[in-house]
Write a protein that binds this ligand. Structure first.
Ligand code: SME
Length: 172
């Protein structure tokens, strides 16, 4: 069960929770090279740490279909399977390689509604050790404006620590 805490969370509490979950992820994954195991662990521990993380998981760059993301490890209700680069929040994050913070998903052109309860969203790109995009991390909340620059910074730090030594390169 996710932790229970007020929403919106005071900045200090949010930073403290991120510090704790960052340490936990590093400890659990020490010595584990498998990418799926790493993604599954990040999704599970983030979902457990923040009770407003309604959906958290990865859309992975599909080496078999250029320009397409395919759903990876996630926690939450059923996610759509495939997203083209440039489509929806995930596709825009993948194409631009930039974090997207969306305060109101209904105002985002082309937003893909996997679950109608989702109101706001953050999507952070994930890179391997060569700097290639390997996936995006998508976090959805059932409240509007749930994500800010603290989430962007802390999630990015977790993703860098977890995947920047990833040696896998998609075949050309
Ligand atoms: N809302 C996302 C799609 C993925 S789901 O929310 C799990 C988007 O617009 O890219």
């Amino acid at each position: 069960m996710p932790a229970s805490h007020p929403f919106p969370m005071p900045v200090r509490d949010k930073r403290a929770l991120y510090a704790g979950v960052t340490e936990e992820i590093a400890a659990v994954l020490e010595g584990e090279p498998d990418r799926i195991a790493r993604m599954a662990t990040v999704a599970a521990l983030l979902r457990q740490a923040f009770n407003h993380f309604f959906w958290v998981g990865f859309y992975v760059v599909d080496p078999a279909r250029p320009g397409e993301l395919v759903v990876g490890p996630y926690q939450g209700t059923l996610g759509c399977l495939r997203i083209a680069f440039g489509r929806g929040v995930c596709g825009v994050a993948a194409e631009s390689r930039q974090t997207q913070i969306v305060a109101d998903v209904h105002a985002f052109p082309g937003h893909i509604a996997c679950d109608s309860r989702s109101q706001s969203e953050i999507v952070v790109p994930v890179f391997n050790q060569l700097g290639d995009l390997i996936a995006v991390l998508d976090v959805d909340a059932a409240q509007k404006a749930a994500f800010d620059q603290i989430d962007a910074q802390c999630l990015d730090a977790i993703l860098k620590a977890t995947f920047s030594s990833d040696a896998f390169t998609a075949p050309a």
